[in-house]
Ligand binder design. Structure first.
Ligand code: T46
Length: 136
């Protein structure tokens, strides 16, 4: 789900966008990380999370994010610092850099835990079909 971030005109020049608990859909977040130094056309991600909720935004550049719930796939462009994207549990994601050196920032509901990752697409589809995330 795309979110329009709250953005203010700066008192001096430029803009100021805010991510807080009320816009993020994830409640309070425990971790913020950012991905940078990536070349154009590189794709990262290729995984889903068991429980993690995240919001992603791109303050500089342009990153296309494919979200796949095991049934439908949708692409979202994070091409403006005012856009945020909520990514819930049970969603396969692939992030493609459309511009070299775009910066992708992510606020996450939980600390890093490799056990929360599903990195095998067939396993992901099997879990979808078994209803692992049906309550979400
Ligand atoms: C996600 C997308 C949007 C850590 O040690 N701590 C961390 O907090 C994170 C995020 C990663 N790592 C380690 C794990 C790997 O050895 O950093 C390495 C790269 O992680 P990964 O290949 O998962 O990175 P991406 O860019 O494919 O995915 C990341 C997040 O991991 C993931 O949760 O949803 O961004």
């Amino acid at each position: 789900m795309l979110i329009k971030l709250k953005t203010f005109d700066s008192i001096n020049d430029g803009y100021l966008s805010v991510i807080n608990e009320s816009v993020s859909n994830i409640g309070s977040f425990k971790r913020i990380y950012y991905i940078y130094g990536v070349s154009k056309n590189v794709t990262r991600g290729h995984h889903a999370h068991l429980n993690l909720k995240q919001i992603a935004w791109c303050p500089h550049g342009s990153v296309e994010i494919l979200l796949d719930n095991g049934v439908t796939k949708n692409k979202f462009s994070l091409d403006s610092p005012e856009k945020g994207l909520y990514i819930g549990p049970g969603i396969w994601r692939e992030m493609k850099w459309l511009i070299t050196d775009s910066v992708l920032c992510v606020a996450a509901s939980e600390l890093y835990d490799e056990n929360d990752y599903v990195r095998d697409y067939d396993k992901f589809l099997q879990m979808v079909n078994e209803g692992y995330w049906s309550g979400n």
